[in-house]
Design a protein around this ligand. Structure first.
Ligand code: TXA
Ligand code: MG
Length: 313
């Protein structure tokens, strides 16, 4: 299939181009689009056959559930059994924004979205193109990150083209995403609530709104987030994380003739934005060693170190 590339201005999305993209979604097709976190691969979230195509294009295991993206808070009530007080508070504070909440699903949500679970993940992205696309499509959009399974999440349209060209109907190029790391995922179906995936919105920010949440990793064998059991992306190169120049010297001394890339960022924000892109580039340029300067494991640093640890394990 020929994949259309549709360039849209992220500050002022052209209505005709949004309509054209929404028509593809309405007909059951797949459109990759930017959000404030990473690019998503979107389909009509209430159309089983359209959602099936997402799993096929990405090579994603069928038992890994998807997030539904909405543009209007009124869409939420029909997708979930009820909206608990804590959910209401978090939504009021953080939507639109990089927070995905998990609630008990309603009957309207197809099983393929939730991989058979009785809960559903929902978020409202903070990106004009994404919001306009959802609105014009007239349905919630199911959208995992728009990478092939096992690759890093895409932060520019070129990454999506690399992974999914000829496999999907269209890719909206809405320039580089703002945050560069996937949304924070919080499970509100059980007391205490629990963060399943750290992101830009931190535990501290959440606790300020709803009080203490569970910190412990779940001891049960069955992971609360099915996505956690899958092997995450790691570059072909061996990754070392370092804190100081002494460690840097040691590694350089140990591997004098290996092609080595050193990643150092001036701020955590820049690190979040560029980390996945730099991993992809290191792979393309055949680096054998990647040395990354550590950041403190708190706030955004927590989300960054989570991705780094996964990539280096
Ligand atoms: O920032 C993001 O969240 C991006 C953009 C495109 O919105 N999307 C994204 O989707 O990262 P995905 O599919 O790559 O990651 C969703 C994560 C997976 O780890 C999945 O297992 C988990 O959310 N998840 C989805 N529904 C769930 C549910 N009902 N219960 C537990 N975990 C769930
Ligand atoms: Mg993903």
């Amino acid at each position: 299939m020929k994949t259309k590339i549709i360039k849209i201005n992220p500050k002022k999305p052209e209505i005709s181009k949004i309509k054209k993209s929404a028509n593809i979604i309405k007909k059951g097709g797949l459109v990759a689009f930017p959000t404030e976190t990473v690019y998503g691969l979107g389909a009509n979230g209430l159309n089983k056959n359209a959602v099936k195509k997402i799993f096929k294009a990405k090579g994603r295991p069928q038992d890994n559930p998807l997030i539904l993206h909405i543009s209007n808070i009124n869409q939420l009530s029909s997708l979930v059994e009820k909206i608990p007080k804590n959910a209401e508070k978090l939504i009021k504070k953080f939507w639109p924004g990089p927070l995905t909440i998990i609630l008990k699903k309603s009957k309207k949500v197809p099983e393929i979205i939730t991989a058979g679970l009785d809960s559903v993940a929902v978020r409202m992205p903070k990106n004009k193109i994404a919001l306009e696309l959802i609105k014009s499509s007239g349905c919630p959009l199911a959208a995992p990150s728009a990478n092939l399974s096992g690759k890093p999440s895409p932060t520019i349209a070129e990454h999506v083209i690399e992974d999914l060209n000829t496999k999907i109907d269209a890719i909206i190029d809405g320039r580089k995403t703002d945050i560069g790391l996937e949304s924070t995922v919080i499970d509100l179906t059980q007391e205490p609530s629990q963060i399943l995936r750290p992101g830009k919105i931190t535990k501290k920010q959440i606790e300020k709104i709803i009080g203490k949440i569970n910190n412990k990793k779940s001891k049960s064998k069955k992971p609360r987030s099915p996505g956690m059991k899958y092997r995450h992306y790691s570059p072909k190169a061996k990754i070392f994380t370092i804190q100081n120049k002494k460690q840097l010297k040691e590694i350089l001394k140990k591997y004098p003739d290996k092609r080595t890339k050193i990643l150092k960022y001036r701020t955590k924000i820049k690190m979040g934005k560029n980390l996945f892109k730099d991993f992809r580039e290191a792979d393309k340029n055949d680096f054998k060693i990647i040395i990354v300067w550590n950041v403190k494991e708190k706030e955004l640093g927590n989300a960054i170190m989570d991705r780094l640890k996964k990539a280096s394990s």
